[in-house]
Ligand binder design. Sequence first.
Ligand SMILES: Nc1nc2c(ncn2[C@@H]2O[C@H](COP(=O)(O)OP(=O)(O)OP(=O)(O)O)[C@@H](O)[C@H]2O)c(=O)[nH]1
Ligand SMILES: [Mg+2]
Length: 384
Amino acid sequence: MPANLPAEAKAKWLKVMEARTPEEKLKALQEFLSAVPKHKGTEKLVMQVRRQIATLKREIEIRRKKRVGRGERFFIEKSGDLQVVLIGEPNSGKSAFFTALTRAKSPSSPAPFTTKKPIPGAVCCDGVIVQLIDTPSIIRGASQGALRGNKVLALAKNADALLLVLDGSKPLLEQLKTLINELEAVGLSIRKPRAIVAIERRSCGGIVILGELENCSPSDVCRLLREYRIYNALVKIEGRARLEDIEESILNPLSYKPAAIIVAKADLVSRDEVNRLKTAVGSIPIFEFSLSRSFNFEPICRYLIRELGLIRVYTRNPKTGEVEKRPVLVKRGASVSDVAKLIHSRIYKSLKYAKVWSKRFKFNPQRVGRDFRLEDGDIVELVC
Ligand SMILES: Nc1nc2c(ncn2[C@@H]2O[C@H](COP(=O)(O)OP(=O)(O)OP(=O)(O)O)[C@@H](O)[C@H]2O)c(=O)[nH]1
Ligand SMILES: [Mg+2]
């Protein structure tokens, strides 16, 4: 223990030593770290504590996964094009929202915890079928298993996207904070990171970096990884990563889960509350829902598709000229042959060219080759 630490930090260190469970120890270490002054003299200590925190988080996550595996299963098999899970505190209005949008029924009542199990339903938007899942409510401590919240969070992890349902009759930011904290505790972030960094540890081969760096060099990254005793790894970067993004992915690896916010019971919400929420969430969209008004799901669907990096491509039958109402969802940047591969291996193999109808063309259709990159909303006729 360095002698020059302030008394507050020393007292917090005692708490670390007294901690009995990994969760207590993690909390105590985090509090200790925030009490340590950050300067050259404490650099090593800070690094060491951060490493301990990262290891503990990994251990807790492994134990939590084992716990989730026990007892009744909440898992719901994916169907349709996207699986979207509702997450919210008790009585926030999830089931009322779910029942208004889908043909499935999920009882809604003034008593909290009415929903006991996840319930799937479906919504169709522009031909895209979204599987919506109503869930039991979560409370603070859900990630630690409170009221089986860990199972609901496991559903969130498996989903393609989330809708965070906030009760419009209650303070909105507090609810959002609880939901974000619980999601982050299981490794999910609803904020789009500047860069997505994945570090795959390997047994040999040194450090290999795939992707772009900003304000740092590959040797800075290697030095940083060595400080965390990572000598062999594949570092995959989507976007442009700074050194702090790489460090964050070691200390607190969060995976991005696209999400939108639903302010339910909008008939009871205060405009000030909504404005405060808008300022706080930045680019995450907010939609207001009330049982007394109709609701359009399409803007949500379009937003989630975009955030997931997908595009909708509609196929046209060459014989009948009919355009399929259900689009094929493919990764942004997909080519004509990627779509052909999804439809049938025979079509993929014998594909000669395609005709494409697109908003970006002056004249439609245009004849294009296999490698032509498609865009959202394009209509494609595959010619074999
Ligand atoms: N005024 C108003 N009340 C609503 C609205 N939507 C839901 N409620 C009421 O809010 C209460 C809770 O709604 P639920 O849909 O059951 O909420 P939940 O999030 O599913 O709650 P649990 O599953 O019990 O945790 C019910 O009494 C609903 O009638 C709304 O738009 N306006
Ligand atoms: Mg419910």
